[in-house]
Every structure is written in C-alpha cells, then in structure tokens.
Design a protein around this ligand. Structure first.
Ligand SMILES: Nc1nc2c(ncn2[C@@H]2O[C@H](COP(=O)(O)OP(=O)(O)O)[C@@H](O)[C@H]2O)c(=O)[nH]1
Ligand SMILES: [Mg+2]
Ligand SMILES: [Zn+2]
Ligand SMILES: [Zn+2]
Length: 225
C-alpha cells in the first residue's frame, strides 16, 4: 500500500531497466546470439572461469565478451589474450551493469563486427552479490558463482541472486580441505530457494566440474539444442 519515495524511485529504475533489457534481448534474438550474465562477489572466480571457457570452447562456439568493471580494463585485457572480441565497460561508481550500459557494449560489438557471426555473448558483471541479480541486461540465462571461501550461509543472506540463477557454480572446490565448509550444505541452502537451477561444483585449479560446465554452456545455446 504505502510506498516510500525511495521505494517508488527504485521501482521506476527497475522498470526503465527492464525496457532496456528487452531492447538488448531483441538484438540478441535477431542476431541468433545467446547471452549469459555472469555474476558473483568480487574474487569468486568469474574471470578465471571465462578464461577456461574461452580456451576450451572458442574453437567450437563463436564467443564475444562484455566485461564490466568499475574502473580498469585488467579483466578485459586478460580475456583479450584468447583472441575473442572483448568490449570493456567501465561503470564508474556504479555497483552493477545496467541494460543501458550493456546496450552501449552490444551496439559497439555490432559496429565493429558482424554480430550474426556470434553464438554466445558472455557478460561479466561487476563483483557484487546484490543488485546485479535485479538489473537484467537482456541475458537469456543468469550464471552465478559462489566460492567455497565465502561461507555456507551466503545463499540465505543474499537470496535474490540464488533465486534468479539458472546455473550456480560453486567455485574453488580445491580449497575445501583447508576450510570448515560442507558443499552439500551450500547446495541444500540453494535448493531451498531454487529447485531448478543447475548446480555445478568446479575448480579452475584442478579442472573438477569444468566438463559439466562446458556441457551446460553448449546445451543452453538457443537454436542449437
Ligand atoms: N584455488 C583456487 N583459486 C581460484 C580458482 N578460481 C579463481 N581463483 C583465484 O581467485 C582469485 C579471483 O579470481 P577472478 O577470476 O579474478 O575473480 P572475479 O573477481 O570473480 O573475476 C584469483 O586469484 C584466482 O586465481 C580456483 O578454482 N581455485
Ligand atoms: Mg573478474
Ligand atoms: Zn548496484
Ligand atoms: Zn539497439
């Protein structure tokens, strides 16, 4: 009933963002491109996962990356070594990518390349477990990462991210022996919120689970099945 002014402004922002997300998705659909929005806290392993993914799949799937960071092109430069188009977006003080920023990225992609040549656009979002889950950018699937060093309780404390995820990667499983953490408890917390997401424990260090992730990526490409 009663909405504070702040809540009303928040709803308007999300509504305007949703229109932008539909605009971006219409581009992706017209080009036959699938888009994943890759999200996590800072340091959970998004860029390393993208590096492994590009190394393994770029010969099979035409991939481009949209790389969001507050400042710097450090991550973008890491990914450029894989010879795929990487569009860097600096968000300045903003703590998430929004649809308008990503529109700028995909318009640049479409100016510099023939966008219909791509199968997949991977968007690496700004490190943050909160608002990236609410600001859609036109993605067809949300991929969330939670590293084992972050604690079993994080799905319960940041529920929106884990409710919205289509795929959850539990990362850095190589570190489990050094921690007081039970991966099964993480999984059961996620399942309370989200009965259907794919949940894949992975280690970029040992390679555990990466094959399952690569298969999820390939199976989730639209128009390929
Ligand atoms: N032990 C271990 N460290 C990892 C793994 N994946 C990433 N890291 C490390 O975690 C740190 C953050 O990784 P990064 O990909 O930059 O995270 P991002 O901020 O989510 O993009 C780096 O020091 C990585 O080497 C993993 O599977 N195992
Ligand atoms: Mg990164
Ligand atoms: Zn934010
Ligand atoms: Zn447009």
């Amino acid at each position: 009933m009663h909405q504070t002014a702040d809540a009303a402004i928040g709803m308007n922002l999300l509504h305007a963002n949703q229109e932008g997300a539909s605009h971006n998705q219409a581009h992706f659909d017209a080009w036959g491109v699938t888009c994943f929005n890759v999200m996590s806290s800072p340091g959970a392993g998004k860029t390393v996962l993208l590096e492994k993914t590009l190394a393994q799949l770029r010969s099979e799937i035409a991939i481009a990356v949209i790389e969001g960071d507050m400042t710097t092109e450090l991550d973008a430069d890491r990914l450029r070594q894989y010879d795929v188009p990487v569009i860097a977006i600096n968000t300045g003080r903003a703590c998430h990518l929004d649809a308008r920023m990503v529109a700028g990225g995909i318009h640049r992609l479409a100016t510099d390349y023939d966008p219909t040549q791509f199968d997949l656009v991977l968007v690496e979002n700004v490190g943050n477990l909160v608002c990236p889950a609410e600001f859609e950018v036109g993605e067809h699937a949300k991929v969330a990462l939670l590293s084992v060093t972050e604690g079993e309780d994080k799905p319960l404390k940041y529920p929106v991210m884990f409710q919205e995820a289509d795929c959850l990667l539990i990362t850095k499983t190589d570190l489990v022996p050094y921690l007081e953490i039970d991966v099964h408890r993480i999984i059961s917390h996620v399942r309370q919120l989200n009965p259907s997401a794919a949940i894949i424990p992975v280690s970029a260090r040992t390679g555990e689970g990466l094959e399952t992730w690569f298969n999820w990526v390939k199976a989730s490409l639209r128009g390929r099945a």
